[in-house]
Design a protein around this ligand. Sequence first.
Ligand SMILES: *[C@@H]1O[C@H](CO)[C@@H](O)[C@H](O)[C@H]1NC(C)=O
Length: 226
Amino acid sequence: MIGNTSTFSKVLAKCITLLVFINLTSGQISYQEPFYRGATEAKLTDGGYEGVVVAISPQVPEDEQLITRITEVFMNFSNYLHQATEQRAYLKEVRILIPATWAEDPSYESAVSERFEESDIRIDFPPEERTPSKNLPYTSKPTFCGSQGFYIHLTPEYLKNENTALLYGSYEKVLAHEWAHYRWGVFDEYPRPLSDDPHFYQASSGFIEGTRCTISITGTEKILLK
Ligand SMILES: *[C@@H]1O[C@H](CO)[C@@H](O)[C@H](O)[C@H]1NC(C)=O
């Protein structure tokens, strides 16, 4: 346990700004991967990511509760990221982009540069090919190790239904994992679910090795969160 959780929560509750934007320009969106990509403009300044865009797909019906859940989940994720990175990073500003078809609210601002196709996190129904584990969060990352991915995909069901979500672990840990893929370009150190990734391979030594992280990196066990 590093530091004091309640202190972090208090500070971050003040620092994190959640803005809701309405997508005025929404027309047809192209679902043709990989021709569109998240473009993140999110900048890291003094440990705070600003301009992180969480966009709700125009396919998702209006749902106030979804906005509330996004807010809660991302606040907690920010706290967790702050602790897990030993205070190096947290989410300072998250912009929630909602579809143009949803009701107006005086607290919303009009989207200027935010677009679903260029958002960091997409809230959308699962693509058809993912039927076996349709609510499993994933990151589209057809890019090299160390380079940013395209976007993180979360389903409305995943955000709203804790029983569904907790099958995959706590929200904050799952999001930190996906954030590492997306923003830092880290690959899984195990065969990706639903992929043809091999579970074993023949190493240059001639021995058969499991797909896992290297054993040449040693570490000490440290509990960051209770
Ligand atoms: C956020 O964290 C608080 C405090 O740990 C917890 O009670 C709450 O259930 C969490 N919310 C979500 C959506 O994970």
